[in-house]
Design a protein around this ligand. Structure first.
Ligand SMILES: [Zn+2]
Length: 110
C-alpha cells in the first residue's frame, strides 16, 4: 500500500475573512433591490409566470437572484453569486458556527 502525505488543514477559516464578509456572515446581508439598474445583469426567468428580482448586498456585493410568481408572490427559485474570498472551507466536515463568528466579530471590535 502506498503511503500518502499527511493532509494539511490549511483552509480558509472565519478568522481570515475580510471584515465585511465576517459581518455579513454574522448578521446576514444588507440587501438592496438593484433590478433594472445600469450594469446589473438580470438573467431571464425560466418560469413562465415568474419575475426576476436582483438584490445586491450593500456591504459585501453578494448578488441574490430571486424568481417570484407574478400570480401570488410565491418564491419560485433563488440563487446567489458570491464575491471572491467569501466562502469558507469546511474542515473535517464541520462548518463554523455563527456563535464563533460573533465571537470573532467581538474580538475585532476591541
Ligand atoms: Zn453581504
Amino acid at each position: 500500500m502506498a503511503r500518502t502525505a499527511p493532509q494539511t488543514k490549511a483552509k480558509r477559516s472565519y478568522r481570515q475573512l475580510a471584515d465585511q464578509y465576517l459581518i455579513c456572515r454574522t448578521f446576514l446581508h444588507a440587501w438592496d433591490d438593484v433590478t433594472g439598474l445600469d450594469g446589473v445583469e438580470v438573467p431571464p426567468s425560466h418560469e413562465p409566470m415568474g419575475a426576476r428580482i436582483v438584490l445586491r448586498c450593500l456591504r459585501c456585493d453578494t448578488i441574490r437572484y430571486d424568481t417570484v410568481s407574478i400570480i401570488n408572490g410565491l418564491l419560485l427559485s433563488r440563487g446567489y453569486k458570491y464575491p471572491e474570498g467569501y466562502h469558507l472551507a469546511p474542515y473535517d466536515g464541520e462548518y463554523t458556527l455563527r456563535q464563533e463568528m460573533r465571537f470573532e466579530y467581538l474580538s475585532r471590535r476591541k
